[in-house]
Design a protein around this ligand. Structure first.
Ligand code: GRF
Length: 207
Protein backbone atom coordinates (compact mmCIF):
# COMPACT_ATOMS: atom_id res chain seq x y z
CA UNK A 1 0.00 0.00 0.00
CA UNK A 2 1.44 3.33 -1.07
CA UNK A 3 1.23 6.01 1.59
CA UNK A 4 1.33 9.78 1.10
CA UNK A 5 2.10 11.87 4.18
CA UNK A 6 1.04 15.51 4.48
CA UNK A 7 2.89 17.78 6.88
CA UNK A 8 3.11 21.46 7.74
CA UNK A 9 5.81 21.50 10.42
CA UNK A 10 8.15 19.41 12.55
CA UNK A 11 7.20 16.07 11.03
CA UNK A 12 7.89 13.76 13.97
CA UNK A 13 4.82 11.63 13.22
CA UNK A 14 5.90 11.43 9.58
CA UNK A 15 9.34 10.18 10.69
CA UNK A 16 7.73 7.62 13.02
CA UNK A 17 5.59 6.24 10.19
CA UNK A 18 8.45 6.25 7.69
CA UNK A 19 10.82 4.48 10.09
CA UNK A 20 8.15 1.90 10.96
CA UNK A 21 7.68 1.23 7.25
CA UNK A 22 11.41 0.86 6.62
CA UNK A 23 11.76 -1.38 9.70
CA UNK A 24 9.07 -3.69 8.32
CA UNK A 25 6.63 -2.92 11.14
CA UNK A 26 3.93 -2.03 8.58
CA UNK A 27 4.19 -4.94 6.12
CA UNK A 28 3.43 -4.17 2.49
CA UNK A 29 3.53 -0.40 3.00
CA UNK A 30 5.68 2.14 1.22
CA UNK A 31 5.92 5.88 1.79
CA UNK A 32 5.56 7.18 -1.76
CA UNK A 33 5.73 10.91 -1.06
CA UNK A 34 5.82 13.53 1.69
CA UNK A 35 3.94 16.72 0.82
CA UNK A 36 4.19 19.99 2.71
CA UNK A 37 2.10 23.12 2.28
CA UNK A 38 4.90 25.08 3.98
CA UNK A 39 8.18 25.46 2.11
CA UNK A 40 10.14 25.86 5.37
CA UNK A 41 8.59 22.94 7.27
CA UNK A 42 11.44 21.34 9.27
CA UNK A 43 9.95 17.94 8.47
CA UNK A 44 10.93 18.30 4.81
CA UNK A 45 14.62 18.01 5.62
CA UNK A 46 13.93 14.99 7.83
CA UNK A 47 12.00 13.33 4.99
CA UNK A 48 14.85 13.95 2.55
CA UNK A 49 17.32 12.52 5.07
CA UNK A 50 15.20 9.37 5.10
CA UNK A 51 15.47 9.23 1.31
CA UNK A 52 11.81 10.07 0.75
CA UNK A 53 10.51 12.12 -2.13
CA UNK A 54 9.27 15.51 -0.95
CA UNK A 55 6.92 17.87 -2.76
CA UNK A 56 6.04 21.39 -1.64
CA UNK A 57 2.56 22.55 -2.58
CA UNK A 58 2.06 26.00 -1.11
CA UNK A 59 -1.34 27.60 -0.97
CA UNK A 60 -0.33 30.66 -3.00
CA UNK A 61 -3.48 32.69 -3.45
CA UNK A 62 -5.59 29.79 -4.55
CA UNK A 63 -8.86 28.55 -3.13
CA UNK A 64 -8.84 25.50 -0.88
CA UNK A 65 -10.22 23.44 -3.76
CA UNK A 66 -7.49 24.56 -6.18
CA UNK A 67 -4.76 23.92 -3.65
CA UNK A 68 -6.18 20.52 -2.81
CA UNK A 69 -6.50 19.64 -6.51
CA UNK A 70 -2.75 19.99 -6.94
CA UNK A 71 -2.08 17.85 -3.86
CA UNK A 72 -4.56 15.22 -5.10
CA UNK A 73 -2.78 15.07 -8.44
CA UNK A 74 0.64 14.63 -6.76
CA UNK A 75 -0.84 11.78 -4.70
CA UNK A 76 -2.63 10.16 -7.64
CA UNK A 77 0.43 10.38 -9.89
CA UNK A 78 2.32 8.28 -7.38
CA UNK A 79 -0.47 5.77 -6.88
CA UNK A 80 -1.06 6.74 -3.26
CA UNK A 81 -3.87 4.73 -1.65
CA UNK A 82 -3.60 5.94 1.94
CA UNK A 83 -3.12 9.56 3.00
CA UNK A 84 -1.73 10.29 6.45
CA UNK A 85 -2.08 13.80 7.83
CA UNK A 86 0.79 14.35 10.24
CA UNK A 87 0.63 17.86 11.64
CA UNK A 88 -0.94 19.11 8.41
CA UNK A 89 -2.51 22.37 9.46
CA UNK A 90 -5.19 22.86 6.80
CA UNK A 91 -8.71 21.57 6.66
CA UNK A 92 -9.29 19.39 3.59
CA UNK A 93 -11.93 20.27 1.01
CA UNK A 94 -14.81 17.85 0.58
CA UNK A 95 -13.42 17.10 -2.91
CA UNK A 96 -10.27 15.74 -1.28
CA UNK A 97 -12.23 13.60 1.15
CA UNK A 98 -14.38 12.24 -1.69
CA UNK A 99 -11.35 11.24 -3.78
CA UNK A 100 -9.94 9.13 -0.91
CA UNK A 101 -13.03 7.75 0.86
CA UNK A 102 -12.02 6.30 4.25
CA UNK A 103 -8.45 6.50 3.03
CA UNK A 104 -7.32 9.62 4.88
CA UNK A 105 -6.27 9.47 8.50
CA UNK A 106 -5.22 12.12 10.98
CA UNK A 107 -3.72 12.31 14.44
CA UNK A 108 -4.89 14.79 17.05
CA UNK A 109 -3.27 15.38 20.46
CA UNK A 110 -6.35 14.93 22.64
CA UNK A 111 -8.95 12.32 23.39
CA UNK A 112 -11.58 13.37 20.85
CA UNK A 113 -14.27 14.61 20.89
CA UNK A 114 -12.66 16.75 23.62
CA UNK A 115 -10.45 19.66 22.64
CA UNK A 116 -10.75 19.78 18.87
CA UNK A 117 -8.81 22.27 16.80
CA UNK A 118 -5.75 24.27 17.68
CA UNK A 119 -3.91 24.28 21.01
CA UNK A 120 -5.39 21.02 22.24
CA UNK A 121 -2.84 20.73 25.08
CA UNK A 122 -3.63 24.24 26.35
CA UNK A 123 -7.32 23.43 26.15
CA UNK A 124 -6.82 20.25 28.21
CA UNK A 125 -4.73 22.03 30.86
CA UNK A 126 -7.16 24.93 31.09
CA UNK A 127 -10.16 22.63 31.37
CA UNK A 128 -8.46 20.70 34.15
CA UNK A 129 -8.89 17.16 32.80
CA UNK A 130 -6.89 14.49 34.60
CA UNK A 131 -6.48 12.31 31.53
CA UNK A 132 -5.75 13.41 27.99
CA UNK A 133 -3.99 11.63 25.15
CA UNK A 134 -4.19 11.29 21.41
CA UNK A 135 -6.62 10.08 18.77
CA UNK A 136 -6.02 8.60 15.33
CA UNK A 137 -9.14 8.94 13.21
CA UNK A 138 -10.43 8.82 9.66
CA UNK A 139 -10.88 12.24 8.13
CA UNK A 140 -14.22 13.60 6.98
CA UNK A 141 -15.26 17.12 6.00
CA UNK A 142 -15.47 18.28 9.60
CA UNK A 143 -12.60 19.28 11.85
CA UNK A 144 -11.24 16.42 14.01
CA UNK A 145 -14.51 14.55 13.55
CA UNK A 146 -14.21 11.30 11.55
CA UNK A 147 -14.50 7.75 12.92
CA UNK A 148 -11.93 6.94 15.59
CA UNK A 149 -9.37 4.22 14.82
CA UNK A 150 -7.56 4.23 18.13
CA UNK A 151 -6.78 6.36 21.14
CA UNK A 152 -4.07 6.34 23.77
CA UNK A 153 -4.51 7.94 27.18
CA UNK A 154 -1.93 10.00 29.04
CA UNK A 155 -2.27 11.16 32.63
CA UNK A 156 -2.24 14.91 33.23
CA UNK A 157 0.04 15.63 36.19
CA UNK A 158 -0.43 18.47 38.69
CA UNK A 159 2.80 20.10 37.55
CA UNK A 160 2.01 19.84 33.82
CA UNK A 161 1.81 22.75 31.47
CA UNK A 162 0.95 22.44 27.79
CA UNK A 163 4.58 21.92 26.90
CA UNK A 164 5.31 19.09 29.34
CA UNK A 165 2.00 17.41 28.53
CA UNK A 166 2.69 17.60 24.80
CA UNK A 167 6.10 15.96 25.31
CA UNK A 168 4.47 12.90 26.90
CA UNK A 169 1.57 12.79 24.45
CA UNK A 170 3.81 12.92 21.37
CA UNK A 171 5.51 9.66 22.43
CA UNK A 172 2.09 7.99 22.49
CA UNK A 173 1.17 9.66 19.19
CA UNK A 174 4.02 7.96 17.38
CA UNK A 175 3.06 4.53 18.73
CA UNK A 176 -0.64 5.14 18.04
CA UNK A 177 -0.11 6.34 14.47
CA UNK A 178 2.12 3.39 13.58
CA UNK A 179 -0.38 0.92 14.98
CA UNK A 180 -3.32 2.61 13.25
CA UNK A 181 -1.57 2.65 9.87
CA UNK A 182 -0.57 -0.97 10.33
CA UNK A 183 -4.19 -1.96 11.02
CA UNK A 184 -5.56 0.01 8.08
CA UNK A 185 -2.85 -1.26 5.69
CA UNK A 186 -3.42 -4.86 6.83
CA UNK A 187 -7.18 -4.53 6.24
CA UNK A 188 -7.77 -5.52 9.86
CA UNK A 189 -10.50 -2.99 10.50
CA UNK A 190 -13.80 -1.93 9.06
CA UNK A 191 -16.03 1.06 9.60
CA UNK A 192 -19.55 0.56 10.92
CA UNK A 193 -21.19 3.95 11.19
CA UNK A 194 -18.96 5.91 13.53
CA UNK A 195 -17.34 2.78 14.91
CA UNK A 196 -14.11 1.31 13.65
CA UNK A 197 -14.02 -2.35 14.59
CA UNK A 198 -11.89 -5.38 13.90
CA UNK A 199 -12.99 -6.98 10.64
CA UNK A 200 -15.75 -9.50 11.15
CA UNK A 201 -16.67 -8.10 14.55
CA UNK A 202 -19.21 -5.63 15.87
CA UNK A 203 -22.09 -6.81 13.70
CA UNK A 204 -24.54 -5.66 16.33
CA UNK A 205 -23.36 -2.08 15.91
CA UNK A 206 -25.92 0.24 14.28
CA UNK A 207 -28.58 -2.50 14.33
C1 GRF B 1 1.00 16.51 16.62
O1 GRF B 1 0.81 16.81 17.97
C2 GRF B 1 -0.29 16.07 15.98
O2 GRF B 1 -1.13 15.38 16.85
C3 GRF B 1 -0.93 17.38 15.58
O3 GRF B 1 0.15 18.19 15.18
C4 GRF B 1 1.34 17.75 15.81
C5 GRF B 1 2.32 17.45 14.72
O4 GRF B 1 3.58 17.09 15.23
N1 GRF B 1 -1.93 17.18 14.59
P1 GRF B 1 4.66 16.52 14.22
O5 GRF B 1 4.78 17.54 13.08
O6 GRF B 1 4.19 15.19 13.73
O7 GRF B 1 5.92 16.43 15.02
Amino acid sequence: MKIGILISGRGSNMVAIAEAVSDGVIPGAEVAVVISDKSKAPGLEKARDLGLETVIVTRKKRSREEHDAEIISVLKNRGVELVCLAGYMRLLSSDFVRVFPNRIINIHPSLLPSFKGLHAHDQAIEYGVKISGCTVHFVDEHLDHGAIILQKAVEVLDEDDADSLSKRIIVQEHAAYIEAVRRVAAGEIEIKGRRVVSRGRGDAVNG
